[in-house]
Design a protein around this ligand. Structure first.
Ligand code: DQA
Length: 144
């Protein structure tokens, strides 16, 4: 079974980007943790990051026909992208939305997510542990 973990714009800068908000871990650190977990569950993992909305839409469409679940941190596109929401809506599988920071405790423009209403579950403010929690829940949901 294949899991897509998708990361949106600027998450390639994790580790040095506003560390007081996003922590000191890099995206590679988070990927390594996810890989270990996926091996334990027998999941094939595609862990991807893009700064481009259309690229994320392409990957979601790919996942639609090949994955058992999607974990996505859409980053800033959370608050702007109807295209990413529509692509996710076309996927009949568990979808977990993850944010490192507690978006609800931040600026008002981060309080609305286009994705949350169509997500299976949402995690915010758990730091990188949010990815771990989402993966464990996905494993439970798909029986891996
Ligand atoms: C984020 C929160 C978003 O509001 C922000 O644009 C990001 C990261 C998070 O993981 O906390 O880039 O998705």
């Amino acid at each position: 079974q294949t899991v897509y973990i998708l990361n949106g714009p600027n998450l390639n800068l994790l580790g040095t980007r506003e560390p007081e908000i996003y922590g000191r871990e890099t995206l590679a650190d988070i990927e390594a943790r996810c890989r270990t977990l996926c091996e334990g569950h027998g999941f094939e993992l595609l862990f991807l990051q893009s700064n481009h909305e259309g690229q994320l839409v392409d990957w979601i469409q790919e996942a639609r026909t090949s994955a058992c679940g999607i974990i996505i941190n859409p980053a800033a596109y959370t608050h702007t992208s109807v295209a990413i929401r529509d692509a996710l809506s076309a996927c009949e599988m568990p979808i977990f939305e993850v944010h490192l920071s507690n978006v609800h405790a931040r600026e008002a423009f981060r309080h609305h997510s286009y994705v949350s209403a169509i997500a299976t579950g949402v995690i915010a403010g758990f730091g990188s542990f949010g990815y771990v929690a989402a993966l464990e829940k996905l494993a439970q949901d798909v029986g891996a």
